[in-house]
Design a protein around this ligand. Structure first.
Ligand code: HRO
Length: 310
């Protein structure tokens, strides 16, 4: 039984990755992921310069997942570009470089730097950070997405993925797919956290995180049905040359199976990886392998995208 998969020309021996933002801000954390059973890693989304991020408390775990308003704390693009360039492809492990500018200009500036670098891996443009006060998620402005992609593909010739926010309406699925299908995108990654949720503590009668009055992105059990819907809706709408990474609500082999059934080529684990650490990649690989064996599947392609309707 094989858990191997690919995105464009990039081979992954195991379809499991961390999700950007979780235990991946330092080279030590990133090396731990590469040394685990994960098929590769993705960096914390980088901004042009290092950032401290939002005030703490800025992340809170709950019984159903977590809420965060980190505010893009990261060591800056050069730090991650250096790591990714050194580690890309070692021992067959892919390093995905995530970038999240605070403006279209910053995105272009960073992608120009990546294009000019010797980095040969996948770049993930994050269009969906929900936690910068005063900034809305670019992924919800379809014409702005079209503008940044048109500007990007004038000069960017390396493989590019997009980290998308969750969509909640068929008009939105249609709208974003219409834009994406016009460009040579290597993959889309759905979903980022469900933005601007609110967790309340009835004991203290207070919010639980400090930034933005307690509003933050939701991950974990809260988001799995939305994540599966976005993977499925975009698989059905996007041209086949655009691959899909499924992210959201994964904490077991069964959850991975559901994402692949909906069309995912790779999957990323955020909240549950935050709780369990790198052993989760071995546990989930075992669970998925056992599930596939029970069902008589040898490869992911045997069931990818084959969700039945009734
Ligand atoms: O607050 C963050 O750093 C953050 N938090 C998220 O849940 N998604 C993102 O893309 C980012 Cl960039």
């Amino acid at each position: 039984i094989s858990l191997a998969s690919h995105i464009g020309d990039y081979q992954f021996d195991n379809l499991l990755l961390n999700a950007a933002g979780v235990r991946c801000a330092s080279t030590e954390e990133l090396d731990k992921i590469l040394d685990s059973d994960a098929g590769g890693c993705v960096t914390k989304s980088a901004t042009p310069e290092p950032r401290k991020g939002n005030e703490s408390p800025r992340m809170k775990a709950t019984s159903m997942g977590c809420i965060n308003s980190m505010g893009l704390p990261n060591h800056g693009l050069d730090y991650y570009l250096k790591f990714a360039t050194e580690k890309q492809g070692n021992h067959g492990k892919q390093v995905i470089l995530s970038v999240a500018g605070l403006s279209i200009d910053q995105n272009i500036e960073m992608l120009k730097k990546v294009q000019a670098s010797s980095f040969s891996g996948l770049t993930e443009l994050n269009l969906s950070c929900p936690n910068i006060a005063g900034k809305s998620q670019l992924g919800y402005d379809f014409e702005a997405v079209r503008d940044v992609l048109a500007a990007t593909f004038k000069f960017f010739k390396k493989p590019l993925g997009l980290k998308l926010p969750p969509y909640f309406d068929f008009n939105q699925f249609d709208g974003i797919a219409d834009v994406l299908n016009d460009f040579p995108i290597t993959y889309i990654n759905s979903i980022n956290s469900i933005g601007n949720g609110l967790v309340v503590d009835p004991e203290t009668e207070s919010v639980v995180i400090k930034p933005k009055g307690g509003f933050g992105g939701l991950g974990g059990d809260y988001v799995k049905p939305t994540a599966l819907a976005n993977v499925r809706a975009l698989r059905l709408r996007l041209k086949p040359e655009i691959s899909i990474i499924g992210t959201g609500g994964i904490k077991s082999g069964k959850d991975v199976f559901e994402h692949v059934l909906c069309g995912a080529d790779l999957v990323q684990i955020g909240t549950a990886f935050g709780f369990d650490g790198t052993p989760i990649f071995e546990r989930i690989s075992k669970e998925l392998t056992e599930l596939m064996a029970q069902k008589g599947y040898q490869t992911l392609a045997d069931f990818r995208g084959k969700l039945k309707t009734i």
